[in-house]
Write a protein that binds this ligand. Structure first.
Ligand SMILES: Nc1ncnc2c1ncn2[C@@H]1O[C@H](COP(=O)(O)OP(=O)(O)OP(=O)(O)O)[C@@H](O)[C@H]1O
Length: 601
């Protein structure tokens, strides 16, 4: 409890103190109500019969006023508690979210994201039911309140009636709490166990609500989706019921023990009362106190706090796990990365296999990309073209071999600085649900606000007309789910992405990577755009990946990637003359176009 409390007090001192303080105060007031009620009830007969040893009326009135006052304050505190708790939650959610995502985002490489140990560590840090640290902290004040009720009520029973009865009550309550906690824990485990059915149900939910609403309608799959969702969800819930059924016997036993203990305590009080051994005040205080102990078991909160603590510990451990398993190279400041590459980027005998894979995607590959040269890379699906781009960007390091930038091993360079040198449009480029401006200037965020360059790249990428037609021009949000937002076509998005890369080049990027940059454009538009692009970016090392030869042929040099290595290298004409793989692929595609054009004619 203390560990979690210290953390929450550090993140949100005021609201945490208020949340815990008010919950504790609520319990203390609850005990005060029990004591005052006992005093009032005990005094009533004397006051009514006007006996000489009765409580003076003024004192009785004060007692009643005190009881009323405590009662009023106790009813007001939940509202303040709720507000304080909401403020605390918000601060904790932000902090936990940041503490988990920051170490995952910090590395410049991405291999840690595919490491199952890191994934597990991340899952543990989150906890099964969302941010478990936050849930733990939400329930912690109630656990503290329960404990105060338990101890306070037990002390009343001990003082006013019997210490062994108090001890027995605490024991049966804690047994029930422990058992109840175990039950909750197991149910949570089953429920959040991510069974196949639950995962499928969640997937179907997202599919219908977010991912594919249009396709589902086009294919008339809405009814099917609802049926499947209900079926999978129900199937996912069955294990929980199964677990409840199995536990029913023990639940009855634990509940019965608790009930019997409480009943025995009340019966003993009754017997002492009948025997005239217990005055009215003690009776009226002890009975509610017995119930106070009985009801203060809080297995749910115990479990949530315990899980919150283990999620908190995993969260603290996460950066260490990542740093240990995926150390970032110590970068040397001796190299002026901001002017690289001045000569070339060279892949030297590079082999690569993805983490957890047995297959070498690249095998002893040698390739030189010269500065100021536009190099095109072609190859069949899955040949490893995008993989090569990921290695070039330092997202992965080669399994063996080296990548040299002007003769310096990429592993020795400041990776962050090198990545800033690269302007890339990858196949699944990011479509930010933000304004057009943001979508373009994210190419070189340090140049945000440079409207002249923004207007220039808009013209160059051919998006000036698109922007002019948007409701809020450059400020239009490119997502229809936002107010005034719009959806763009695939081709328009690609032009936006091209403008982003161009913005980066104008801001000084030294390597331009275009991986299937304009496949959503029609063939002529794509070829024309890339041609213009290459003119605009001459002076920058460009790597272009495309399946369309109308794009590829514009490059200064073309490399064919197959079987993990470069099997052909030359200009378009040279490769055609050679009559190898490139020539075959080119003729095949050209033939198709010639046939289609002839048919159209
Ligand atoms: N994260 C990954 N983990 C494991 N294997 C991967 C991963 N990403 C890609 N691969 C595998 O690496 C191989 C090369 O993929 P890559 O995407 O580099 O091919 P490509 O030449 O760009 O293909 P395409 O022309 O279809 O875009 C494929 O067999 C693919 O399945």
């Amino acid at each position: 409890m203390l560990t979690l409390m210290r953390y929450a007090l550090r993140v949100a001192p005021g609201s945490t103190a208020l949340t815990i303080g008010l919950a504790a105060l609520g319990s203390v007031f609850g005990i005060a109500v029990t004591l005052l009620t006992g005093q009032v009830v005990g005094a009533v007969p004397g006051v009514l019969s006007d006996s000489p040893d009765a409580m003076p009326l003024a004192q009785f009135a004060w007692l009643l006023a005190g009881l009323l006052g405590v009662f009023v304050i106790q009813s007001l505190t939940p509202a303040i508690h709720q507000v304080a708790s909401m403020i605390m939650d918000a601060a904790l959610v932000r902090d936990v979210g940041n503490a988990i995502t920051e170490p995952l985002l910090r590395p410049h490489r991405v291999a840690h994201l595919e490491d199952t140990e890191v994934q597990d560590s991340q899952e543990r840090a989150k906890g099964k039911a969302g941010f478990q640290t936050v849930t733990g902290m939400q329930t912690l004040p109630w656990l503290i309140a329960s404990r105060i009720s338990l101890i306070g009520s037990a002390v009343i029973v001990g003082f006013m009636f019997s210490w062994w009865v108090a001890a027995m009550l605490v024991a049966v309550t804690l047994v029930l709490e422990w058992y109840g906690g175990r039950l909750v824990e197991r149910e949570i485990d089953v429920w959040w166990g991510n069974t196949e059915e639950q995962r499928r149900a969640n997937y179907l939910f997202d599919l219908g609500m977010r991912d594919a609403p249009k396709e589902l309608r086009v294919f008339g799959l809405s009814g099917w989706l609802v049926d499947r969702y209900v079926r999978d969800w129900t199937a996912g819930f069955l294990p929980v019921w199964e677990r409840r059924r199995t536990n029913a016997k023990w639940s009855v036993l634990a509940g019965g023990l608790h009930l019997a203990g409480t009943a025995v305590a009340i019966l003993l009080v009754g017997r002492a009362a009948i025997a005239g051994e217990l005055p009215l005040t003690e009776i009226a205080t002890t009975v509610p106190a017995i119930l106070g102990v009985a009801m203060s078991g809080n297995g749910y909160s115990v479990v949530q706090v315990r899980r919150g603590l283990s999620a908190y510990r995993a969260m603290k451990q996460l950066p260490e796990t990542i740093a240990e398993r995926h150390p970032e190279p110590a970068s040397s400041s001796n190299h002026r990365v901001e002017t690289m590459p001045a000569r070339e980027v060279r892949f030297e005998n590079v082999s690569f296999r993805y983490p957890n894979s047995e297959v070498d995607v690249l095998k002893n590959l040698d390739l030189t990309i010269r500065a100021h040269e536009a190099l095109a890379l072609v190859g069949v699906n899955g040949a490893g073209k995008s993989t090569l781009v990921k290695l070039l960007g330092g997202a992965y390091k080669p399994t063996t071999g080296r990548i040299l930038v002007d003769g310096v091993d990429l592993a020795e360079l400041d990776l962050a600085a090198w990545q800033r040198r690269i302007a890339a449009i990858v196949q699944d480029f990011l479509r930010f649900p933000l304004s057009v401006t943001d979508n373009v200037v994210f190419g070189a965020v340090e140049r945000a606000g440079d409207d002249t360059t923004l207007a220039k790249v808009a013209r160059e990428a051919g998006i000036d007309d698109v922007v002019a037609g948007l409701p809020a021009k450059w400020d239009t949000v490119l997502d229809k789910t936002f107010d005034g937002g719009v959806d763009l076509s695939g081709g328009e998005w690609q032009r936006i992405a091209l403008a982003r890369a161009l913005f980066a080049v104008h801001a000084g990027a030294g390597v331009l990577v275009l991986d299937e940059p304009a496949a959503a454009l029609d063939v002529r538009a794509e070829a024309a755009l890339i041609e213009r692009y290459l003119e605009l970016t001459s002076g920058v090392a460009s790597l272009i990946i495309s399946h369309r030869f109308s794009v590829v042929r514009n490059a200064d040099r073309i490399c064919v990637l197959a079987d993990g290595g470069i099997i052909e290298d030359g200009t378009h004409d040279e490769l055609l003359d050679r009559g190898g793989t490139y020539a075959t692929m080119f003729r095949l595609q050209a033939e198709r176009y010639v046939t289609v054009e002839a048919e159209n004619a």
